[in-house]
Design a protein around this ligand. Structure first.
Ligand code: S3P
Length: 418
């Protein structure tokens, strides 16, 4: 796909519903004791994989307009392996979900997902009593699970990962006693937000105490995905002639580290109409901005983990140096995102240095056009498109992979550029 430079960015968009929250609501509804309704779920490749997973264990999932109805009748043992596609969240939270059920199941994924580390979840879930086997001793897919007997455990994770945290909590909720989970820095807390109202967890700093609890039937509405909005926020601040409004965006503080960093860089972003539901949401109005480089600290990383490729792009448009450290986790995402950012920006003529856990950019440079292969990574494809619109255009291979998280990305982009 050819993306041309735009002369002007103007208009309003509503980004798709949040991917992380949609996955969680489907899993929690599939553990509930009755019929649940999820309004405004994200329907994209990744969340469809979570729907497929729960359906294969006997959960009824039906669409009614913009609503998902989820109800468990009888738990069933899947008769064939469950395909998780490209979705790390389906796999990791799914392993926690399957650990609770008295069934045998096998998960497998695409080439990218098969390379991603799964021992980070199979280790804590084994401590809770689930039985795994799989490639590299259950470190990589395919992985088999035999669940049904959850005890309790105290676990200190080496990684700050909301997927691992959620997998542990989901299993521990069905345990035979209180469990605790600790992570180095706080990661996104959608799971805790949902469970707080049930009195199922207690959080002190980065330590979470999980009490065995049942999930009653619930109704919830999914807010707009901040990580999808972040592409348009980047477009607004980097383009020289931009003013764009993004409506209904989730503003959970464990997701919006990117906004705080941009504001420190001098970005013109106005947050309005903030409403507090079980997750806060509001509108973002973003304008062309004069940006200064910044250094990002390791504890900020989990709060903007999916936006770090965009920090690279913003850094290329900012005056001075932008430095990201403590982000080695990025190498374990849908692609090696440190390497992807470095190779895309250097092909565009940006002076960028790669570190094992981040990168350093000398900003305020003119970006030139190039051909980009996003290596099957949806967020890298979208970052490349935004780079092209702000610079001299780009050509993107396999652009259709945006359907993993944001199926209407290119239509929304076309709507605001001219
Ligand atoms: C997610 C958590 C993050 C993020 C991923 C979605 C989630 O991963 O990168 O896109 O829904 O919990 P980690 O928790 O592994 O950092």
């Amino acid at each position: 796909m050819k993306i041309e430079n735009a002369k002007m960015v103007r208009g309003e968009i509503t980004v798709p519903p949040d991917k992380s929250i949609t996955h969680r609501m489907i899993f929690f509804a599939s553990l509930s004791s009755g019929k649940c309704e999820i309004e405004n779920p994200l329907i994209a490749d990744d969340t469809m994989k979570t729907i497929d997973l729960v359906k294969s264990t006997g959960v009824n999932v039906s669409f009614e307009g913009n609503r998902l109805n989820v109800e468990v009748k009888n738990v069933r043992e899947p008769t064939s392996p469950i395909f998780c596609g490209n979705s790390g969240t389906t796999t990791r939270i799914g392993l926690g979900f399957l650990s609770r059920l008295p069934i045998f199941s096998v998960l497998y994924g695409d080439e990218s997902l098969s390379k991603r580390p799964m021992d980070r979840v199979t280790e804590p879930l084994s401590k809770l009593g689930a039985i795994f086997d799989g490639r590299n001793y259950a470190s990589n897919l395919p992985i088999s699970v035999r669940g049904g007997k959850i005890g309790h455990a105290d676990y200190i994770s080496k990684v700050s990962s909301a997927q691992v945290k959620t997998a542990f909590i989901v299993a521990a909720l069905n345990g035979d006693g209180i469990s605790t989970y600790r992570e180095p820095f706080e990661s996104r807390d959608h799971t805790e937000n949902f469970l707080k109202s049930l009195n199922a967890i207690e959080k002190t700093g980065n330590t979470i105490k999980v009490k065995p609890s049942k999930i009653p039937p619930f109704k919830s509405t999914v807010v707009g995905d901040f990580s999808s909005a972040a592409f348009f926020v980047t477009l607004g601040v980097c383009h020289q002639n931009a003013r764009v409004k993004i409506k209904g965006v989730g503003l959970n503080k464990t997701r919006t580290g990117f906004l705080s960093v941009l504001k420190k860089m001098g970005a013109q972003i106005d947050v309005s109409n903030v409403t507090q539901d079980f997750e806060p949401y509001g509108d973002l109005t973003v304008e062309s901005s004069a940006l200064e480089g910044i250094e990002i600290s390791p504890e900020e990383i989990p709060l903007l983990i999916d936006e770090i490729p965009l920090i690279g792009l913003v850094g290329a448009f900012a005056k001075g140096k932008t430095i990201v450290r403590g982000a080695a986790e990025l190498r374990t995402k849908e692609s090696d995102r440190i390497n992807a950012v470095v190779s895309i920006l250097s092909s565009m003529g940006v002076n960028i240095e790669e570190y094992p856990d981040g990168f350093k950019i000398e900003g305020d440079q003119k970006l030139k056009s190039c051909i980009i292969d996003p290596s099957g990574d949806h967020r890298i494809a979208m970052m490349a498109a935004i780079a092209g619109v702000c610079a001299d255009g780009v050509e993107i291979k396999n652009p259709e992979i945006v359907s993993i998280s944001y199926p209407s990305f290119f239509e929304d982009l076309k709507r605001v550029i001219s």
